[in-house]
Design a protein around this ligand. Structure first.
Ligand code: SF4
Length: 295
């Protein structure tokens, strides 16, 4: 059964009319949806944070993935950045990118992660939230609220488009994760409900059309590095939105465009490992090496 279409624009308008922050609006929505108290909703989110934190720690130990294609790059970037006086990424983005790769690598090594929204894109949200915690001193209560906002954005995307690479390409996974992270960041940093919507829209617009082409059908290459890219896109979009830059195309229409692009994407580019990077000569040779035969 298809999910009833939700509207981020309607939620944004409702929050503005009620003169509440988008965070409070989302917490109240989730509380009613789950028939819980606000404290119980936030306690659930804090439990997820514990898993996210653990996945960052596991990834930073540099585990090798099951397919052997990834592992140790989050750790490598962390060491590289630690040895530099100044980096092009800066402290905040640098930390977030390190964490995103660490979680992606923990996932590829079969570590425990929070699928946010999927395992393949699980590095994006913990990356920005823990970087905010460490670089901006955000407390865990506010981070839990930001996670509720991210979840609400994910619900809208799931209802109007898809969160799965097999249905909508990587725009649906890493694109959605980036959009959820961007909206959560804006809400956390005091943005208006409309700015949350603009951050979501800008992120998805900048990641529209991204295909899902995992080498050897494993969630390793290009997935880990795409998480890092999605983090950068999310931060760029969040900062633009906070500066007052608006998306010309309204957010619900942007999400609908992602769905339409996903539907018109060829099936070879939707997690089947039959197109894109997955059929490059190097990818085919690696596939044969891993499985002892062509897929
Ligand atoms: S390339 Fe495909 S499997 Fe990898 S993160 Fe993107 S959607 Fe997921």
């Amino acid at each position: 059964m298809a999910l009833a279409k939700l509207s981020l624009e309607e939620w944004i308008q409702a929050a503005a009319e009620q003169a509440v922050s988008f965070t409070d609006f989302c917490v109240d929505f989730q509380r009613r949806e789950l028939d819980l108290t606000a404290e119980e909703v936030l306690a659930r989110m804090e439990a997820m944070f514990a898993v996210m934190e653990e996945s960052i720690a596991v990834g930073l130990k540099g585990p090798r993935s099951k397919g052997g294609l990834v592992g140790g790059d989050g750790q490598k970037l962390q060491r590289y950045l630690a040895g530099k006086q100044q980096s092009m990424l800066g402290d905040f983005i640098g930390k977030a990118v390190v964490y995103s790769m660490a979680v992606g690598e923990a996932n590829a090594a079969m570590g425990r992660i929070v699928a946010a929204p999927t395992a393949g894109s699980s590095g994006v949200l913990p990356a920005v939230l823990f970087a905010l915690k460490e670089e901006y001193g955000v407390n865990s209560h506010d981070l839990a609220k930001a996670l509720v906002v991210a979840g609400a954005i994910g619900m809208v995307i799931a209802s109007r488009a898809s969160l799965a690479g097999a249905a909508g390409g990587c725009q649906a996974e890493c694109g959605s994760a980036g959009a959820m992270a961007a909206g959560a960041m804006v809400a956390l940093l005091g943005g208006t409900p409309a700015q949350v919507g603009n951050a979501v829209a800008i992120t998805i617009k900048n990641m529209l059309g991204l295909v899902c082409d995992p080498v050897a059908g494993l969630v390793e290459v290009p997935c880990v590095k795409r998480n890092a890219g999605a983090v950068a896109q999310a931060i760029v979009a969040a900062e633009m939105a906070l500066a007052g830059i608006e998306s010309v195309i309204p957010v619900d229409e942007v999400i609908d465009a992602m769905e339409s692009v996903g539907q018109s994407m060829h099936c070879s580019l939707k997690e089947t490992a039959q197109g894109g990077l997955a059929v490059t000569p190097t990818a085919l040779a690696l596939t044969e090496k891993i499985f002892g035969k062509k897929l």
